[in-house]
Design a protein around this ligand. Structure first.
Ligand SMILES: *[C@@H]1O[C@H](CO)[C@@H](O)[C@H](O)[C@H]1NC(C)=O
Ligand SMILES: *[C@@H]1O[C@H](CO)[C@@H](O)[C@H](O)[C@H]1NC(C)=O
Ligand SMILES: *[C@@H]1O[C@H](CO)[C@@H](O)[C@H](O)[C@H]1NC(C)=O
Ligand SMILES: *[C@@H]1O[C@H](CO)[C@@H](O)[C@H](O)[C@H]1NC(C)=O
Ligand SMILES: *[C@@H]1O[C@H](CO)[C@@H](O)[C@H](O)[C@H]1NC(C)=O
Ligand SMILES: *[C@@H]1O[C@H](CO)[C@@H](O)[C@H](O)[C@H]1NC(C)=O
Ligand SMILES: *[C@@H]1O[C@H](CO)[C@@H](O)[C@H](O)[C@H]1NC(C)=O
Ligand SMILES: *[C@@H]1O[C@H](CO)[C@@H](O)[C@H](O)[C@H]1NC(C)=O
Length: 878
């Protein structure tokens, strides 16, 4: 049997993987608007990307204390003692990086080549844990606009709207600005040459220090070239993040950082392009601790679904040791529930969700020749045009469906002297613009046809934007009536504050939790949608970006304000998340009066209220009540209210439910896409006492008993959530404790996709033959060159352990989980025991099934992403 296999000898062995990679269905676009269609396997294009961005054969090992490692020679470092043991066992290994931070993490990133070495490594004493290495892609904003040049400097009228939304403006008025607090930013570096970021680097400047762990050319797989200069002039992301925390007031855009008097350390972990692996992130985190930062922030991550990733574990320990660590929740909202990111999953850290800015700064043109308000066009920065122009409408019919989709008629005049007005619809914006450009058009305003006022794709055309339907209809009406309308574009633009229809709601892109092990992720939300901040000088100096990446530094900034006021004792740092959670503001699911509150799986405990967090007269703990799933239902909880004031205070307590999120699609094993549908079905809650009085300095304990929501079917795996609200007598004396629970059993959830949902002619999982066709008949393989089989499979839900074993084809296999019905719970006959972790592989059998060998085993995997349409394929090629 040439197929590569081994049996892991030790309970701590984490994984053994061969080449695993992801298939992308090339025929299907990423857009969810496209009608879904099954495809034949032959139409599938393979890309060699690893699932969960796993780095093959690299591991992060954690090493025990020196005294616990049995070596003959004496060493001063436990790592050296371990290497000695490994050499004695003939393990061939390469050390990529060492971590020597006693009390937080002592270990190394190592690479090994063979399964024998992996097995030997796993059985070596002195190793506490072995975790795989993942890579995280350079953070990509969800939307982006960069200023095109110095003349494009149109000031959004309220750069501070995010501060007003969260009470940061009021703290600034009290001179709470983060003075004396150090914040480490782990990102693409910072362009400290930017005047709003101090213009220089080093002690005495805004960016006081930092390190470049990688160099410009680092891609994630080549050798990093570190140096002492974390300058970012090619990425931009870290510079934007730094401005949200620290932009110096009085700049040309009138923005300021949340904690603009704080000191920033910049840790660069990305080259100009590519990925960062866990070992570099851990290095940067430990450096951030060593440099004495009070707060460390990471707007980095990738879907992993569990709290067990190497960086998550280290980041969590750093938080426990007395730092505040803020990490982005992720931008995977469209993927639906249970799709959290690592390292944002870190148990003790603050995972940050995004809320859309309330005000979109848009541009406008003046109307003359008739009395009409300025016409607003959807662009943050002014179109690069100046002066007054008459208008030309390509159609006088304001109900035309395919305006300018065909070449314009010969009778069309030279359009270069006009602002051309075209109605939206039928073909792409670029096609309309091409047709107008053929007739010389320079400036084009496209009016909406009811699809919504938003940013549009104008391709390479810089002089085009969308206007609202009412404005377009008005302009065309005047034109048709022969009125001489002039549109005037002012130099530098004419910004207006346009209320974002989604402003104040959770950003659609913000990732849904909870983690698969049911931690409350995300924890809290901050403004992250449509944020103006600094950008590298060579890339335009300012940009508007959207993402949980933008929300995360906001919370880091608020943390600095908190530490400035309350000091950085362990009590304050460890209590920060609870304080932010219990004083946050509820977020509705939409703008309709009386709409359900957004599920806590997406909003966390709500939008941060920095002012209330810092000035709250009472302390409520804990901030989160985890009810877990039905199998592990914790129905009774207590929390406390401590009155920190000088007077006795009366409180009332009540239940405020949020919408119940339907995890799964009806009748399917697959998750609902975001925005996840909400049901009006809440838990029943008994609170005792629900009114009470607490003396100054005294504490009251409240007991809460939950009952599952009864009206909602378990088959949809509904996640119910809400708040237990505590209201005191004065304004700002309101708190809440957040709860989440699942009706249904995660343990009984179908993990392996066994449907024919994806492919026309077979069900997953399947064995593929040497031409990557489905193997339909018994086939012999030589395992020479490319003659080997592969396994194509997909996970419909995350799993703490996945293994693929080779078994005799004649074996009678009795599955321990119901094979057919989605969402059905295991019957009492089923043992329910699928895996136990960590598990032993006792002499060639698993779950009472005799195995010939184990082909692959991996732990803590996220489900496959249906939005990006990913699969796993296991090559049995050695
Ligand atoms: C980065 O790569 C480019 C192109 O391969 C090379 O010219 C340059 O010297 C490299 N820079 C460093 C710092 O290694
Ligand atoms: C700049 O912001 C301050 C407050 O943050 C405000 O008072 C001032 O009017 C703003 N200036 C402009 C030009 O918008
Ligand atoms: C639209 O109306 C204007 C003004 O009445 C007229 O000059 C123009 O020819 C009309 N356009 C079309 C396509 O009929
Ligand atoms: C939920 O229950 C599972 C199973 O007991 C447990 O492993 C997990 O830690 C629990 N989650 C939390 C956040 O308590
Ligand atoms: C807004 O919420 C209400 C009540 O929860 C619901 O009936 C309505 O469908 C929602 N509207 C949108 C646009 O989602
Ligand atoms: C691979 O499978 C396909 C489809 O079942 C079959 O037509 C083909 O002959 C197989 N190729 C080999 C080399 O076995
Ligand atoms: C595979 O090889 C064995 C041993 O040579 C042979 O008996 C068997 O017929 C082969 N099977 C197929 C499907 O070619
Ligand atoms: C696949 O298997 C067939 C039949 O054994 C063999 O002739 C062919 O060379 C193999 N193809 C590759 C790429 O190894």
């Amino acid at each position: 049997m040439a197929c590569f296999y081994w049996t892991a000898p030790s309970p701590i062995s984490r994984m053994k993987l061969q080449a695993l990679w992801t298939l992308l269905l090339s025929l299907l676009t990423l857009s969810l608007d496209v009608t879904f269609a099954k495809v034949p396997l032959s139409s599938v294009k393979k890309t060699s990307k690893l699932p969960n961005n796993l780095v093959p054969n690299e591991f992060i090992i954690e090493v025990d204390e020196l005294s616990k490692i049995p070596t003959k020679r004496s060493y001063t470092r436990s790592l050296d003692a371990l290497y000695d043991l490994l050499r004695a066992r003939d393990v061939s290994f390469k050390v990529k990086k060492e971590f020597d931070s006693t009390g937080i993490f002592v270990g190394a990133a190592v690479s090994i080549k063979t399964a024998q070495d992996a097995a030997a490594l796993a059985s070596t004493p002195g190793i506490i844990d072995i975790r795989p290495v993942y890579q995280y892609s350079a953070p990509k904003p969800v939307t982006k606009h960069v200023v095109t040049g110095p003349n494009d400097a149109a000031v959004p009228p309220d750069g501070q709207s995010t501060h007003v939304m969260t009470g940061v403006d009021k703290l600034h008025k009290e001179s709470i600005t983060g003075k004396g607090i150090k914040i480490g930013i782990i990102d693409t570096g910072v362009d400290y040459t930017h005047p709003a970021l101090g213009g220089a680097f080093g002690p005495g400047h805004k960016i006081v220090g930092g390190y470049d762990f990688v160099g410009d050319n680092f891609t994630g797989s080549n050798e990093p070239v570190p140096d002492n200069d974390p300058l970012d002039q090619c990425g931009g992301h870290g510079t934007h993040v730094a401005g949200i925390i620290g932009a110096i007031p009085g700049n040309q855009f009138n923005t300021s950082g949340v904690a603009y008097d704080s000191e920033i350390y910049a840790y660069r972990v990305f080259g100009c392009d590519g990925f960062v692996p866990d070992d570099v992130l851990i290095d940067a985190l430990l450096r951030g601790v060593k440099d004495g930062n009070h707060i460390i922030t990471l707007s980095i991550g990738g879907a992993d679904g569990w709290t067990e990733g190497a960086t998550s574990v280290v980041a969590s320990r750093i938080a426990k040791s007395g730092k505040i660590v803020t990490i982005a929740a992720g931008n995977d909202g469209s993927a639906g529930m249970f799709f959290t990111s690592g390292p944002g999953n870190a148990i003790n850290d603050i995972s940050v969700a995004s809320v859309d800015n309330v005000a979109v700064a848009l541009q406008s043109v003046l109307v003359s020749g008739a009395t009409h308000d300025p016409v607003i066009y959807f662009a943050t920065f002014a179109l690069p045009v100046e002066g007054s122009f008459p208008i030309y409408a390509t159609s006088n019919d304001t109900t035309v469906v395919d305006d300018a989709c065909a070449p314009l008629p010969d009778s069309t005049p030279d359009l270069s002297k006009y602002v051309t007005i075209i109605r939206r619809g039928s073909c792409t914006f670029v096609q309309k613009l091409d047709n107008a450009a053929t007739k010389g058009a320079k400036v084009v305003l496209i009016y909406d046809n009811g699809n919504g006022f938003a940013a549009i794709d104008t391709g390479d055309y810089e002089y085009a934007a969308l206007i609202q339907s009412s404005d377009g209809e008005y302009l065309v009406g005047q034109y048709k009536a022969g009125v001489n309308i002039l549109l005037t574009f002012l130099k530098g633009g004419r910004p207006v504050d346009y209320p974002d229809p989604n402003g104040g709601l959770v950003s659609a892109f913000s990732t849904y939790g909870p983690s698969n092990d049911f931690y409350f992720k995300p924890a809290v939300a901050a403004p992250g949608g449509k944020i103006l901040s600094t950008y590298p000088v060579p890339l335009g100096s300012y940009a508007v970006l959207s993402g949980t990446s933008m929300a995360t530094p906001f919370i880091a900034g608020v943390s600095a304000l908190l530490l400035q006021v309350k000091g950085n004792s362990q009590d304050v740092t460890a209590g920060a998340r609870t304080l932010f959670e219990t004083t946050a503001t509820y977020i509705p699911s939409n703008k309709t009066e009386g709409s359900l509150l957004q599920t806590l799986a997406q909003q966390g405990a709500g939008l941060i209220n920095a002012y209330n967090a810092i000035h709250a007269p009472a302390t409520v703990t804990p901030g989160e009540l985890i009810l877990n799933d039905t199998t592990h239902f914790n129905s009774v909880h207590t929390f406390t209210v401590k009155n920190n004031g000088k007077k006795s205070s009366k409180y009332k307590v009540k239940h405020v439910p949020a919408g119940t999120a339907l995890t799964l699609r009806e009748g399917e094993i697959f998750p609902e896409f975001g925005p996840v549908p909400l049901a009006d079905a809440s838990a029943q809650v008994v609170i005792s006492p629900n009114t009470f009085e607490v003396g100054p300095g005294k504490t009251q304990t409240i007991r809460v008993t939950f009952q599952l929501p009864s009206s909602i079917p378990e088959a949809r795996l509904p996640l119910y959530s809400g708040f237990i609200e505590v209201t005191g007598a004065s304004v700002g004396d309101t708190y809440h404790v957040s709860y989440i629970g699942l009706k249904g059993s995660l343990k009984d959830q179908k993990v392996l996709d066994d449907t024919d949902y994806w492919f026309t002619d077979f069900k997953l999982p399947v064995l593929l033959n040497n031409t990557t066709d489905v193997q339909t008949v018994p086939t012999n393989y030589t395992f020479v060159n490319n003659d080997y089989p592969s396994v194509l499979f997909r996970l419909a839900f995350g799993s703490a352990s996945v293994r693929i074993d080779l078994v005799d084809p004649k074996i009678k296999f009795v599955p321990t989980i119901s094979p057919t019905q989605p969402g059905r719970r295991a019957t009492p006959d089923d043992t329910g025991t699928i895996f136990s972790f960590p598990h032993h592989h006792d002499g060639g059998s698993f779950a009472n099934v005799k195995i010939i060998g184990s082909l692959a085993e991996f732990t803590y995997v996220s489900r496959n992403d249906e939005v990006r349409r990913t699969f796993f394929i296991l090559l049995c090629n050695s």
